[in-house]
Design a protein around this ligand. Structure first.
Ligand code: NAP
Length: 285
């Protein structure tokens, strides 16, 4: 199909490149400042046009603008698209609501969210293939279109109800930001303990934990004092943190509670064991 990307940033540009490789025609992109340079580098020959002009030429318009601009952009495009055109935004937290003006004008609306993190176009080009894409649409035809597009970029599509998108996105944020924010905090804590190059030393541990969770499931992958029911070590950890890295205390407590719940569910910690851990945690937060 003829594809246009309105807001050809990191995500939009990468999807356009992958769709082009899959045999679709990328007819135009639009953006604000850096888009032009990005298009020259990754989409040579594709014209950079104004937003309405770019969208008017396409059967499928991908909205890659920042989340807050999806609705105003959709409002501005309503009524100006090809007959039978479809518009998809790429946001995970948003549902189809911000595209309602387009729908009212007879355009098919979709939401396609790659469950991935893209710090750059190059990273996105590498990571989209093999990643999941959440597809939300109004009807079977819309879902089928979204699944086809997701498949064409090498991703694994799955269907997501409009009402479930915010919850789904919260889970993605927990996994992605949680890992990064926890790693940064752990780095600070190790640094406080005088460990040189703490990030480099933590990474093999983090990678192994993630790999174990992927291979055998979180139930079996969990190690450490909580799953062992070792309340004394949890207390020793918390005492050290409160003296030397107090901002990490509430995070440690929250993570330990989540680990205790997981350990009980997995049948690896008894309720009595959890109570002992919880008695320590409750004293700190
Ligand atoms: N990056 C990720 O990890 C990721 C992952 C999954 C989904 N998404 C979703 O993908 C969408 C885009 O995210 P992104 O990270 O690709 O964003 P991005 O790299 O910041 O790109 C945003 C695009 O919108 C354009 N833009 C920004 N402000 C504009 C304005 N006022 N008027 C016109 N164009 C404007 C930018 O143009 P210039 O560059 O020319 O300024 C750029 O082309 C979002 O809905 C996001 O939730 C992102």
């Amino acid at each position: 199909v003829d594809v246009a990307v309105v807001g050809a940033g990191r995500a939009g540009t990468a999807l356009a490149v992958l769709l082009r490789r899959a045999g679709h025609a990328v007819v135009a992109v639009s953006g604000r400042g850096d888009t032009e340079r990005r298009a020259q580098e990754f989409l040579p020959g594709v014209p950079v046009l104004g937003t309405p002009e770019a969208a008017a030429e396409a059967d499928l318009v991908l909205l890659g603008v920042p989340d807050a601009l999806i609705e105003p952009t959709a409002d501005a495009l309503a009524g100006g698209l090809r007959e039978g055109a479809a518009v998809a935004h790429l946001s995970g937290a948003n549902g189809l609501g911000p595209l309602r003006a387009l729908e009212a004008a007879g355009t098919r609306i979709l939401a396609l969210h790659p469950l991935q993190t893209f710090p750059s176009v190059a990273a996105a080009l590498e990571r989209v293939p093999g990643s999941s894409i959440a597809v939300t649409a109004r009807d079977e035809e819309g879902f089928a279109l979204g699944e086809r597009i997701a498949g064409d970029v090498g991703a694994r599509p799955f269907r997501l109800a409009d009402a479930d998108r915010a919850l789904y996105h919260a889970g993605g944020v927990l996994a992605s930001n949680g890992a990064v924010a926890l790693l940064a905090l752990a780095e600070e804590v190790l640094s406080g303990a005088g460990v040189p190059d703490p990030l480099d030393r933590l990474l093999p541990l983090v990678r192994a934990s993630v790999e174990n969770a992927g291979e055998s499931g979180p139930d079996e992958a969990l190690t450490g004092p909580v799953v062992r029911g070792d309340a004394e070590t949890v207390e020793r950890n918390l005492r050290a943190l409160s003296e030397r890295a107090p901002s990490a205390v509430p995070v440690y407590v929250a993570v330990a509670r989540a680990a205790a719940d997981l350990a009980v569910r997995a049948g690896r910690l008894t309720e009595a064991g959890r109570d002992q851990i919880e008695a320590v945690l409750a004293a700190w937060g």
